[in-house]
Design a protein around this ligand. Structure first.
Ligand SMILES: Cc1ncc(COP(=O)(O)O)c(C=O)c1O
Length: 457
């Protein structure tokens, strides 16, 4: 069919194993360090907050890790997700590029986040854990974990970044519908929260602060574990179902991507679509000319302006030290609307592949991204999440370059979520109230000055 738009797989083509890029890296990613000793941490250091199955996945170098059947059973609700050819967008842009997008907004909560939420809730349930605590920015992750906890009979406690808690009442209601308890962060409930409020009673919060609160309560309770929506290796692993399906779907379409684009907050949707392709490239099997592009907000530019260094994953310094692109754990990003991208650090695996020169990264301003999202919605009829708008904008830039150069390249991007709960951000954009923000060099330098000395000679 020459004008086909959707490329679909059957339920029995849901991947049976996740893909682990750690098996194919030319150099292993740096070890996670204990902040006290400066030595690599062992499984026992993480056992207070994670089940052993996830700790094993965190350090595994096996190429394939089997997806448990009960997890695949729930994946069936929305997986395999569709791959679209953006024919109407191509026409609107008058580009010779062939544009494809993998749409993760078909999940029950509207983004890629349930791919790992379901897996994490499952392993915790098996380990006898009763409650999961977590942080959320935009509310996409919190609602996904709340949904996953309700599927496996677990309680769920969510610390929601204050600015999003105020801006996104409907995500909050969705989490509560699934039975979760939602608290604005910083809160008075934890030592980490109280310390921040003592310094700034009006703190807008940040993912770094909310992580501290969620980790704190998990570390203090035997029946509560912590779940993270991005950054860690096991989260990247679970998200590879996206790329694994996309490879099969691109084969159906008879095309190979020349450029692959994803947005990055903590790195998981980007890794999810990119790592299986990068793995095949690293093994010399395919995609030898593939260029992979990460797009982040210019207002929270960890990959493009941060330092590749050991840093804490949270603001109160309760986590081990991760080698990652970071803006410093005290960095509190401005209240841009893309809540899911406001994190000071980045996945160590995504940081490592950038450091090895296997991917590129750019930072874009939010008004360009919203303009791109509007153009995409007008052509394709799907309203992207503000985070996903960064990938849309990156793809449109590449498509315009094809037009200028008169070259027809294949551009593939991950449309990681819909924006139906983000209408206040679109309303702000439409009424001209969204401002671009360039993070001042001095402030980044100041936050980076606080990097730990351990691991950073
Ligand atoms: C729709 C959406 N996209 C992207 C992100 C950023 O996270 P990650 O980089 O881990 O995909 C979020 C985070 O909440 C999100 O909700």
């Amino acid at each position: 069919m020459s004008n086909q738009v959707k490329f679909l797989l059957n339920e029995d083509q849901i991947p049976k194993a996740w893909y682990n890029i750690q098996a194919d890296l030319p150099e292993p990613a740096p070890a996670v360090l204990h902040p006290g000793t400066g030595q690599p941490i062992g499984p026992e250091d993480l056992a207070a907050i994670f089940p052993m199955a996830l700790i094993e996945q965190e350090v595994s170098t096996e190429r394939e890790i089997e997806i448990p059947e009960p997890v695949r059973e729930i994946y069936r609700q929305w997986r395999p997700s569709p791959l679209y050819r953006a024919r109407r967008l191509e026409k609107a842009l008058d580009t010779p590029a062939r544009i494809y997008y993998k749409y993760e907004g078909v999940s029950p909560t509207g983004s890629h986040k349930p791919n790992t939420a379901i897996a994490q809730a499952y392993y915790n349930m098996l380990a006898g854990v009763k409650r999961l605590s977590t942080e959320t920015g935009a509310g996409q992750w919190g609602s996904s974990l709340a949904m996953a906890c309700s599927a496996f009979g677990l309680e769920c406690k969510v610390y929601m970044v204050r600015v999003s808690f105020d801006q996104k009442p409907y995500r909050k209601a969705l989490m509560r519908t699934f039975g979760a308890e939602v608290t604005p962060s910083p809160s008075e409930e934890t030592e980490s929260g109280r310390a921040i409020l003592a310094m700034d009673p009006n703190s807008p919060g940040s993912l770094g602060i909310a992580i501290s609160e969620a980790v704190e309560i998990a570390a203090q309770s035997d029946s509560t574990n912590y779940a993270l929506g991005s950054v860690l290796n096991h989260v990247m692993l679970h998200q590879t179902v996206i790329g694994l399906e996309t490879m099969k779907q691109m084969e159906l379409a008879g095309d190979e991507p020349d450029i692959l684009v994803g947005c990055t907050g903590g790195g998981s949707n980007f890794a999810g679509i990119a790592f299986p392709f990068l793995g095949a490239k690293l093994r010399g099997e395919a995609y030898s000319n593939l260029r992979v592009l990460a797009v982040e907000p210019a207002a929270c530019p960890s990959l493009t302006r941060g330092r590749y260094a050991y840093d804490f994953g949270d603001t109160a310094h309760l986590t081990p030290l991760l080698k990652m692109h970071t803006l410093g754990s005290t960095f509190i990003p401005p209240a841009i609307h893309t809540g899911g991208l406001r994190y000071h650090g980045m996945s160590p695996l995504v940081s490592h592949v950038l450091h090895l020169g296997l991917t590129d990264a750019i930072g874009l301003h939010q008004t360009e991204c919203f303009a791109a999202g509007m153009q995409f919605a007008a052509s394709e009829g799907i309203l992207p999440a503000p985070e996903a708008n960064h990938a849309v904008a990156g793809a449109i830039r590449e498509a315009m370059r094809c037009r200028e150069e008169g070259v027809s390249r294949v551009i593939l991007f991950n449309l990681c979520g819909h924006g139906h709960f983000d209408m206040s951000a679109y309303t702000a954009y439409l009424s001209g109230n969204l401002m671009d923000y360039e993070y001042p060099e001095e402030e980044i330098a100041m936050a980076l000055a606080g990097l730990p000395s351990v691991g950073n000679p």
